[in-house]
Design a protein around this ligand. Structure first.
Ligand code: NAD
Length: 363
């Protein structure tokens, strides 16, 4: 389905822009979902999509998730996302990235871009030669501005809180964690967990990345990526792409907790309920992977590492609030997190309307 306004993932997007550049071969989409809280912020993904319809759906779903992510993380950003259709290893060129920078610039600051799967900090630097509307490349910032280590840190803190809630102790020693995807975030997450004594299993469809994690951190490789979901582990950490949790995969899941960085892990809202029914504690993706966007926010403000880390350290308490409300209300954590984010947005819209509405004059 390639329609826009009647797309099942449309959800009232403010703007969806398309760009084809004949010279560089760029085919890209920018989705601006909601700017109630600020400019629409969200990274740029480059992926070898099976179809244009799949790319559009991904952009729409990811930007909607960004709206909720920034709302729950207390950030002055709205939700947006961009996708470049193409294989990052074959089609990514400097000129294509410059052209993407021009595309971002053409939206005049309504959309702020950054890293995502297939697009690293060096790629965003190239875009930054054509637009000021980028994050995650600030000079002097840690890791050259790459937010991925902070995303991993937020996921790690949330995972520990979930482990403590489920097992009564946050000791990670000997805890088995199965990581799907050992790219920018998955690798850092593996490092944090190994340092804490966890037994980490990991896989990546790119075998060299699996072997990198083995040699760097001594993780146990799962050679066939298809086997990671059914690996015997207390925690499953999806750090690859979306829609990995569906009717079939949930039925075979061995873990008691799902806590990972990937966006849009649930193939459909019903899958949040399926996990809940199976007694698997699902840590909502957009809540626990907010470390990266928090990092970008603090890079832009120049507030420094301590305040940025203090902000990321609020992720576990928000998660626990969601889990407790989910238990009291007997609704899935996925549903509760959506509701909490939507409530923040509703309040902000109400406030904006009341400020915009002229008050009656008293004589
Ligand atoms: P990345 O592209 O560096 O890593 C993803 C890895 O997953 C790749 O190495 C890829 O080969 C692998 N992969 C893809 N399909 C797989 C499969 N079926 N099985 C095993 N491995 C598979 O991307 P990243 O920046 O590490 O981001 C990972 C996820 O986290 C993405 O969904 C991204 O949107 C999300 N996320 C990233 C950040 C960030 O700061 N980078 C922030 C928030 C959310």
């Amino acid at each position: 389905m390639s329609c826009v306004f009647s797309n099942e993932a449309f959800d009232g997007h403010e703007q969806v822009a398309f760009r084809h550049d004949r010279e560089t071969g760029l085919n890209a989409i920018i989705a601006v979902h909601d700017r109630t809280l600020g400019p629409a912020a969200g990274g740029c993904r480059m992926h070898h999509y099976a179809s244009e319809a799949e790319a559009l759906r991904d952009a729409l779903r990811l930007s909607q998730g960004m709206t909720r992510k920034s709302a729950l993380a207390g950030l002055p950003f709205g939700g947006g996302k961009s996708v470049i259709i193409g294989d990052p290893r074959r089609h990514k060129t400097k000129r294509l990235l410059e052209s993407m920078g021009d595309f971002v610039e053409s939206l005049g600051g309504r959309y702020l871009t950054g890293e995502d799967s297939g697009i690293g900090v060096d790629d965003v630097r190239v875009m930054a030669t054509r637009t000021a509307h980028v994050g995650g490349v600030q000079a002097g910032a840690e890791h050259g501005g790459d937010p991925s280590p902070t995303t991993a840190y937020g996921v790690y803190l949330a995972m520990r809180a979930a482990v403590c809630h489920r097992f009564g102790s946050d000791a990670m020693d000997g805890l088995r964690v199965a990581i799907q995807g050992l790219g920018q975030v998955g690798l850092h997450l593996a490092g944090l967990l190994v340092a804490d004594g966890a037994q980490v299993y990991g896989t990546d469809v790119r075998a060299n990345l699996t072997m990198r994690a083995v040699s760097k951190f001594g993780i146990t490789p799962v050679v066939d990526p298809a086997e990671i979901l059914a690996t015997q582990a207390e925690v499953f950490a999806p750090c690859a792409l979306g829609a990995v949790l569906d009717r079939n995969s949930i039925a075979g899941l061995k873990a008691a907790i799902v806590a990972g960085a990937a966006n849009n892990q649930l193939a459909s809202p019903a899958d949040g309920e399926r996990l809940h029914q199976r007694g698997i504690l699902y840590c909502p993706d957009f809540l626990i992977n907010a470390g990266g966007i928090i990092d970008i926010h603090h890079q832009r403000l120049g507030t420094g590492r301590n305040r940025m880390h203090a902000h990321v350290q609020r992720i576990p308490s928000t998660l626990l609030k969601v889990i407790r409300r989910s238990e009291t209300a007997r609704r899935s954590p996925a549903q509760v997190a959506d509701e909490m984010a939507d409530e923040i947005l509703r309040c902000a819209r109400r406030e904006r309307t009341s400020v915009d509405t002229p008050q009656p004059q008293t004589a």
